[in-house]
Design a protein around this ligand. Structure first.
Ligand code: UD1
Ligand code: CA
Length: 501
């Protein structure tokens, strides 16, 4: 195991984190604000907030603007303590940072300012930046990265001694500046008072006519203030996300990181290309993820469990040694050694105890299946409690809905539900009881009873010969009758009166 997020306890604290998330994100071409687009189990914004969270800042400010209602609602979900500050007009990243600082006028000390669209940032990288800022006695420190393709990004201009002197946006850069491959990550640590002062003086004489946060550096350098630029170890950390192609690329990188960590932790991932695991999931040692597996949300997979191929688990728990094969599962708990699939659909509230089985083409919802009980084939099981060691025959339906309300079914220990039973809720089948195949059970079955609830069988003799003469069925029936007659020496009455059973 490697420690993915190292502790940053030793690093000097930042007083506040400011996330810039007001931009429209035009290039996403979406009615959803850019920062709410999701990858790996969180929104873009959620990833940034999660990376900054361990820094322990007392104040988190998120600048919202475009789609602000949606962004504010999302914040209430993922970061209820964050302060949403509205930037009415998107006049640039420098203006956005100024709006944020104006909302917390009492704030002093170091502030981390970060673009809301950099989902690969890690706590480690942010912690390194904060520590370097303090160590250098800097008032403004920018995170940079050396990238292969700097297209679209701000370039870091250094002087002959290597000190950073300016950040130049691509649109405003000369050809020589465009050749520089060290870029601005859009992550800065600044002294709050200094930043307020310099932001207040920002102009808009650039290609976009905006107040660029990046323009804060040059005047500070010119005024002799101590500044710094820190290169990220992993250039992937700083990659932003401006359109759907970049979103897909970031998702892939994030997923690779998650799978690498799982594999180092003893998980077998058969096909990393088709296996997708959210950053919010955990998987135990010796678990096996087959191709086409997706683990999402709060899903946990226990040691030596098997998931896949082709399975999606959202907010599920799969205990040690269990298996889930070719299935779609939402909010379900799969107990130790339990088996699911192939082709099962587990819906919220499904809880399978140790050794339980839910088999092919079975849908379950809000149901407890007791230890070693089995629902092997083609059934719907909703709103039910099933005891231990029970067997639910093929094509059983728990008829839970009367058109208005849902009702509960209780099935006791060691029950045998015959194939094609309709259990019309509310109903209870007592311990050790049986139901006959094809029964429609509308009243309780006492323990140990055999419930038979179906019309008795009637055979209408000779019907096919009379009503379907000349058909292959009639020919086959006649042949059978002749054979039976020959065998019994002509005594058989194959024309048959009706018989009841
Ligand atoms: C920005 C940087 C660029 C850097 C890149 C890294 C500026 C001027 N440029 O470019 O140097 O290489 O990030 O990814 O900052 N925002 C607001 N309000 C506004 C404008 C923007 O809140 O009025 C927010 C956006 O939501 C976004 C962030 O600021 O989260 C950066 O804006 P964006 O338009 O994405 O800047 P880039 O062109 O990517
Ligand atoms: Ca951007």
């Amino acid at each position: 195991m490697i420690a993915q997020e190292t502790s940053v306890d030793a690093a000097p604290a930042v007083a506040a984190v400011v996330v810039l998330a007001a931009g429209q994100g035009t290039r996403m071409r979406s009615s959803t604000p850019k920062v709410l687009h999701a990858l790996g189990g969180r929104s873009l914004l959620g990833h940034v907030l999660a990376a900054a969270e361990p820094l322990g800042a007392a104040t988190t400010v998120v600048v919202v603007g475009s789609g602000r209602d949606q962004v504010e609602a999302h914040l209430a979900d993922v970061a209820p303590d964050a302060l949403a500050v509205v930037q009415e007009q998107q006049l640039g990243s420098g203006h956005a940072a100024g709006v944020a600082l104006a909302a917390v006028p009492e704030l002093e000390g170091a502030v981390l300012v970060v673009n809301g669209d950099s989902p690969l940032l890690t706590t480690r990288t942010l912690g390194t930046l904060v520590a370097a800022h303090a160590a250098a006695g800097s008032v403004f420190t920018v995170l940079t990265a050396e990238v292969d393709d700097p297209t679209g990004l701000g370039r870091i201009i250094r002087d002959e001694r290597g000190a950073p002197v300016a950040i130049v946006e691509e649109r405003d850069a000369s050809d020589a500046q465009r050749a520089i491959r060290e870029v601005n990550a859009g992550v800065y640590v600044a002294n709050a008072a200094t930043l307020r002062r310099v932001l207040a003086g920002l102009g808009t004489s650039n290609a976009q006519g905006e107040q660029y946060l990046t323009d804060a550096l040059a005047p500070l350098v010119a005024g002799g203030a101590p500044t710094a630029a820190v290169r990220a170890d992993d250039p992937d950390d700083v990659l932003g996300c401006n359109d759907r192609a970049e979103l897909a690329a970031r998702r892939r990188t994030l997923n690779d990181r998650v799978l690498d960590e799982l594999m180092r932790g003893g998980v077998t991932v058969v096909d990393p290309q088709t296996t997708w695991v959210d950053v919010t999931c955990t998987v135990g040692e010796d678990a096996l993820l087959e191709p086409g597996t997706q683990l999402r949300g709060t899903t946990t997979v226990g040691p030596a469990a098997v998931v896949g191929p082709d399975s999606t688990l959202v907010d599920c728990s799969v205990a040690a040694g269990a298996s889930v094969v070719r299935s779609h599962c939402l909010g379900a708990e799969v107990g130790p050694e339990a088996t699911v699939g192939p082709f099962s659909y587990l819906r919220p509230g499904t809880r399978l105890a140790r050794g339980a089985k839910v088999g092919a083409f079975v849908e379950t919802k809000n149901v407890e299946v007791g230890e070693d009980s089995k629902v092997p084939h083609l059934s719907y099981v909703g709103d039910a409690t099933i005891g231990r060691g029970a067997n639910i025959g093929a094509a059983t339906v728990f008829v839970n809905y009367d058109g208005v309300a849902k009702h509960h079914t209780t099935v006791g220990d060691q029950v045998r539900i015959g194939s094609d039973t309709m259990l019309v809720a509310p109903v209870t089948v007592g311990d050790g009881a049986y139901t006959a195949a094809g029964s429609v059970i509308t009243s309780d079955v006492p323990p140990g009873a055999m419930a038979v609830a179906r019309a008795p069988q009637r055979n209408v003799g000779g019907w096919v010969r009379r009503r379907r003469p000349g058909t292959p069925a009639a020919d086959a029936a006649e042949a059978a009758e002749s054979r039976a007659e020959a065998l019994s020496g002509g005594r058989a009455d194959a024309s048959g009166a009706d018989t009841d059973q």
